[in-house]
Ligand binder design. Sequence first.
Ligand SMILES: Cc1cc2nc3c(=O)[nH]c(=O)nc-3n(C[C@H](O)[C@H](O)[C@H](O)COP(=O)(O)OP(=O)(O)OC[C@H]3O[C@@H](n4cnc5c(N)ncnc54)[C@H](O)[C@@H]3O)c2cc1C
Length: 132
Amino acid sequence: MRLKASPVEIVTNAQVTVTMGGDRLERIELSTGQTLPCQRLVAALGFTANLGPLREWGLDLHDNRHLVVDSAMRTNVPGIFAAGDIADYDGKVRLIAVGFGEVATAVNNAAVHLDPAAQLFPERSTDQPVPA
Ligand SMILES: Cc1cc2nc3c(=O)[nH]c(=O)nc-3n(C[C@H](O)[C@H](O)[C@H](O)COP(=O)(O)OP(=O)(O)OC[C@H]3O[C@@H](n4cnc5c(N)ncnc54)[C@H](O)[C@@H]3O)c2cc1C
């Protein structure tokens, strides 16, 4: 209320598209096309998952916001895998490092799903010959 009553211009329906300046931030451009002077940019990112049309795909959901997967990151629908924050299982920890690992698991299991002759475990980069 006090902010709204103040002379501060409030822009809500917009995104920061460009930051400008030299050694220091000086200006930002918004998706509205406005350019505003700026000394500090604070990224205050919230997160609320919205599954949208995925709700209609017959996938097992948890909390109506996450897809239930098994240890191979498979959902209940054959051929659909999930990884990252959207994927859910007992003991899930929603962190970036966890998501990266889950993607590797999902992709390698998806490869085998598409080609049952494919190897689940990919080669390690250290198994590759050192380039001359
Ligand atoms: C405030 C906050 C702080 C965090 N801090 C840390 C931290 O310090 N360390 C850490 O490890 N983790 C942190 N996390 C968790 C981390 O951000 C997540 O675990 C990680 O981003 C998950 O990655 P993701 O790719 O699964 O999902 P996301 O990063 O959420 O990516 C999903 C993407 O899909 C897009 N999307 C959604 N719906 C659609 C659609 N219908 N069509 C197309 N695109 C769509 C979204 O816009 C988004 O870009 C934090 C999370 C929050 C909210």
